[in-house]
Design a binder for this molecule. Structure first.
Ligand code: PMP
Length: 420
């Protein structure tokens, strides 16, 4: 593990050196997706140049090599998450697929009429909608956990809503809208007293804080590789052996079986039972390289740097007339969602884009959370380890110029934001 500096990280990420609209790119849309270090790009390229093969089934050298790489990726993810064994890790497309997998494979077998699934109002749509779909099928209920006025999950209300009916609690380790970090450990401990399972959504957490799924008490933990400097289309789902024992197959096909006959088909052991068909092998290779890259830096130094950058950004934003950052200033990751009086969020993003600054505008896939603030849309700057205080200064300077420009709240030309 080496020392950390944002400059060292930046040097590894080629895209950060391009220009946008005649300006050096300032990438502040890390909450949507992170940029990729050349170590990741090269690992994927090397895999396709020299090592491409399907895995598991082939009885030749390259199939064995690809299988070893794939399983090395599983091992790296397990270590990265503090999981007890690689057998607790399933590869998926990303957080969204992981949650749908749990809803379909665990939920369909376990939920029934009168059962509750608790979901805080703060959550991303992918923590809500898969449960609505399975609840409709099983006649279970999705119960919202309200927020306090300052946007924290209302812990007293959560305690009141938990009951013997509660089968599942879903909570993000860090919010993609407010960046807030709820007391997940306490929430899982409380849920377990009622025999409920807890799915922790780590999409926004993994790039910003050390994760230990066992310490969190998560029964399930999901994340997306692309928010962790890895390619799109690959992610992972952790489940405890106890939770895994309660999961039924959700997709059928090759890889996930032990033997097939028209009379009786038997299934492969976990985690393979959840991985029907050919997986995203090059994605796993990229994810492995991304984890190696990130772990090359002192993780505590990265977290401390991001906190410092965030404090700097909060203070700088507070000096811009008409800008309001939403969410409490308590523990939060490097996500800064804001509005600017007199300016539509889409037009803010358009204005910043002309200066080469990429931020997100829209509902951030969390309409209930924004509705809590009486908003339909907001702008969001989200930082990663390669961002600098100089970039914060550019954001703030551009917003000041917007304030002075006399331009006002016409919706921008950009497409309405969908992703978060
Ligand atoms: N949960 C949270 C908290 C997120 O921020 C995101 C991505 N915006 C997701 C889930 C969905 O991730 P993906 O689109 O990679 O599946």
């Amino acid at each position: 593990t080496g020392a950390f500096s944002p400059e060292a990280a930046r040097k590894d990420v080629p895209i950060l050196h391009r220009t946008v609209n005649g300006h050096p790119l300032v990438w502040l849309d890390n909450g949507a997706t992170t940029q990729k270090p050349r170590q990741v790009i090269e690992a994927v390229s090397a895999y396709y140049s020299a090592a491409n093969s399907n895995i598991h089934r082939g009885a030749h050298t390259m199939a064995r090599e690809a299988t070893e790489l794939y399983e090395a990726g599983r091992n790296a993810v397990a270590q990265f998450l503090g999981a007890p064994s690689p057998d607790t890790i399933m590869f998926v497309r990303g957080t969204t697929e992981a949650i749908n997998l749990v809803a379909q494979s665990w939920g369909r077998a376990h939920l029934g009429p009168g059962d509750d699934i608790l979901v805080p109002v703060l959550e991303h749509h992918s923590d809500i909608v898969p449960w609505q779909l399975i609840a409709e099928e099983t006649r279970a209920r999705v119960v919202p956990v309200p927020l306090t006025p300052d946007g924290e999950i209302d812990q007293a209300a959560y305690a009141d809503l938990l009951s013997a009916r509660t089968q599942m609690v879903v909570v993000s380790q860090a919010s993609n809208v407010l960046g807030t970090v709820p007391p997940v450990r306490e929430m899982t401990a409380l849920a377990h007293r009622y025999g409920a399972k807890v799915l922790v959504d780590g999409a926004q957490a993994v790039a910003h804080m050390p994760v230990d799924v066992q310490e969190l008490g998560a029964d399930f933990y999901a994340f997306s590789g692309h928010k962790l400097f890895a390619p799109t289309g690959i992610g992972a789902l952790y489940a405890t052996p106890e939770a895994m024992a309660e999961m039924r197959p959700w997709q059928g096909g090759g890889n996930m079986i032990e033997s097939v006959s028209f009379e009786r088909t038997t299934f492969a052991a976990m985690p393979h039972m959840m991985e029907a068909g050919t997986g995203h092998i090059s994605g796993v290779v990229g994810l492995l390289a991304a984890i190696d890259w990130l772990r090359g830096f002192d993780q505590n130094a990265v977290a401390a740097y991001e906190q410092q950058l965030m404090t700097y950004a909060m203070q700088a934003m507070a000096t811009v007339p008409d800008v309001e950052v939403i969410g409490s200033a308590a523990e939060r990751i490097a996500v800064l969602t804001f509005t600017m009086a007199g300016h539509d969020p889409a037009s803010i993003a358009d204005w910043l884009d002309r200066d080469g600054i990429a931020v997100r505008a829209g509902h951030h896939c969390a309409q209930p959370a924004l509705a809590h603030y009486g908003l339909e849309s907001a702008a969001r700057a989200s930082f990663a380890l390669y961002n600098t205080s100089d970039e914060v200064d550019q954001l703030v300077a551009s917003l000041r110029r917007l304030g002075q420009s006399g331009q006002s709240g016409q919706p921008g030309q950009g497409a309405p934001a969908q992703q978060a």
